[in-house]
Design a protein around this ligand. Structure first.
Ligand code: FRU
Length: 507
């Protein structure tokens, strides 16, 4: 659950008029997915761990509930689930020689424990540096996007911009979203950054975060139906072995025309070049309409064997129009990433961090036989549902979420095609954008005659992990009836839900 203002934050908030109030109960505000205390949110930025705290910074409009005035919002957590909101960390520039309205676009944060940047006092090991895109307003003369630094000596609470910014400017208008990490084998920093309109990722190196040298480029492959944004390069362990491969993730087009998604490439990185394995299909991370701009945490402690990524749950196609008041946009539950070796090559497996601590024991059912429609007695709008279903000989079966009369968000498995689809065409308020009502499908092969599902349902969010996270779909929905009913169904024969566990969030 998300605390809006923690004890420590109250002191800080005294000097900051933003976020002085706890938000009232709101129709669509998720209970366990991160959202801004008020107003607009998009990409996660600067995900970094330091001394017992996970930091999330995020694209944020402190003044309104649509995209604009982009700044870095900030919150910290000890467990990746319970977030304490802090004052805005980096606010758009309004004055100074940069003139009005240079927004702080997406970027990353690192802990400069060796003080390579020289920003910190001698011996200080916990200095934090943010590397972000400065986006000059289109009306201003000059270049529109370049990379800047800001640094914090007090664990992200207060920041100074580097007085010799920018640190990387190549004279392009769409050059953004630096993701920086420490490359231990050569003791240097690596940055991946996109030339968005050219479907190109550039890699740079630096000894000190200030001077950057171009190493190589990667691009014009995979999905090039939309501009490329928010790249990240990181190592991911291969399941069942001690191997690790490098994965390059980025945000771009979707399998369905004119929606957005994240795609990835698996390969090797030698400190200079990223080389992708041969792949005969585009690899999408999440086939839903609402998982974008994800980046992994930097500086995770050793207990994390796998990288942890957070993505923005929304889609630019309609993001500004979604019918949420007081807040707009939320983050996924953090996901642990690993790779599975398959005959077709390596594939990402995504698993949400355990949210069990937030949940009641709930309803545990076994061997539920379904033939036709079976409404459950459970009612709720924020819960985790896990199930193992023996597919048997039915034609189709599934789960209707947020079911009230004709209103429903439907998850259907079609046995003949092994497809799992999510249909939100009748999910409630669908009229705010022509682009919103939609259906998508993923292929989910049964394993020993069963499929496994884990659903993270939270007011207006449905994250669907199939077969242990081998396939994923994330979508927003806006039910209007708020009855929180669930109905199981099967058409053309019987299906058995061998295990079914529905756990509501502790109130
Ligand atoms: C991705 C993105 C980034 C940019 C930011 C602006 O959603 O367009 O490329 O830095 O959002 O908010």
């Amino acid at each position: 659950m998300i605390r809006s203002i923690g004890i420590t934050a109250i002191a800080l908030v005294a000097s900051c008029t933003l976020y002085a109030q706890t938000p009232a109960k709101e129709e669509y505000r998720p209970a366990y997915h991160f959202s801004a205390p008020q107003n607009w949110l998009n990409d996660p930025n600067g995900l970094v761990y330091l001394d017992g705290e996970y930091h999330i910074f995020y694209q944020h409009n402190p003044y309104g509930n649509v995209s604009g005035h982009l700044s870095w919002g900030h919150a910290v957590s000890k467990d990746l689930l319970d977030w304490q909101h802090l004052p805005v960390a980096l606010e758009e520039f309004k004055n100074g020689d940069d003139s009005t309205q240079t927004m702080i676009f997406s970027g990353s944060a690192v802990v400069d424990s060796a003080n390579t940047s020289g920003f910190f006092e001698k011996g200080k090991k916990d200095g934090m540096v943010a590397i972000y895109t400065a986006h000059k307003h289109a009306n201003l003369k000059g270049l529109a996007q370049y990379q800047n630094l800001a640094y914090s000596a007090d664990k992200g609470r207060t920041w100074k911009h580097y007085n010799k910014n920018p640190v990387l400017d190549i004279g392009l208008t769409d050059f953004r979203d630096p993701y920086v990490f420490w490359y231990a084998p050569e003791k240097k920093w690596i940055m991946s950054v996109v030339k968005a309109l050219e479907y190109n990722v550039q890699f740079y190196e630096s000894p000190n975060l200030k001077d950057w040298k171009l190493l190589s480029e990667f691009g014009k492959q995979g999905d090039v139906s939309k501009i490329w944004e928010c790249s990240a390069l990181f190592q991911v362990p291969v399941e069942g072995s001690t191997d690790k491969k490098w994965v390059l993730t980025l945000s771009s087009g979707h399998r369905q025309k004119d929606y957005l998604a994240m795609q990835y490439f698996v390969g090797d990185f030698d400190g200079k070049n990223f080389t992708a394995q041969k792949q005969n299909e585009v690899l999408y991370m999440d086939e839903g309409k609402d998982f974008y701009a994800g980046i992994p945490f930097n500086n995770l402690p050793g207990k994390h064997q796998k990288p942890v990524m957070i993505g923005w749950i929304n889609d630019w196609e309609y993001a500004n129009k979604v019918p949420t008041e007081k807040f707009k946009g939320a983050m996924s539950v953090p996901r642990e990433l690993s790779l599975k070796k398959t005959d077709a090559g390596y594939r990402l497996v995504q698993s949400p961090v355990s949210i069990t601590g937030l949940l009641e024991k709930g309803t545990v059912l076994s061997n539920v036989k379904v033939n036709g429609n079976l409404p459950l007695t459970f009612k709720g709008e924020s819960y985790q549902l896990t199930t193992e279903i023996e597919i048997g000989k039915a034609g189709k079966f599934g789960i209707r979420l947020f079911k009230s009369g004709d209103e429903e968000s439907v998850l259907t498995y079609t046995i003949s095609t092994h497809t799992l689809s999510f249909d939100r065409t009748k999910s409630g308020n669908v009229g705010f954008s022509d682009r919103f009502p939609s259906v998508e499908s993923i292929v989910v092969k049964p394993q020993n005659g069963k499929i496994k599902l884990q659903l993270l349902v939270d007011k207006s969010i449905v994250e669907i992990f199939a077969n242990g996270g081998e396939q994923v779909m994330t979508d927003v929905v806006f039910p209007t009836k708020h009855e929180g009913n669930i109905e199981l169904f099967s058409e053309g024969g019987q299906v058995i839900f061998r295990k079914l566990n529905i756990q509501p969030v502790i109130k």
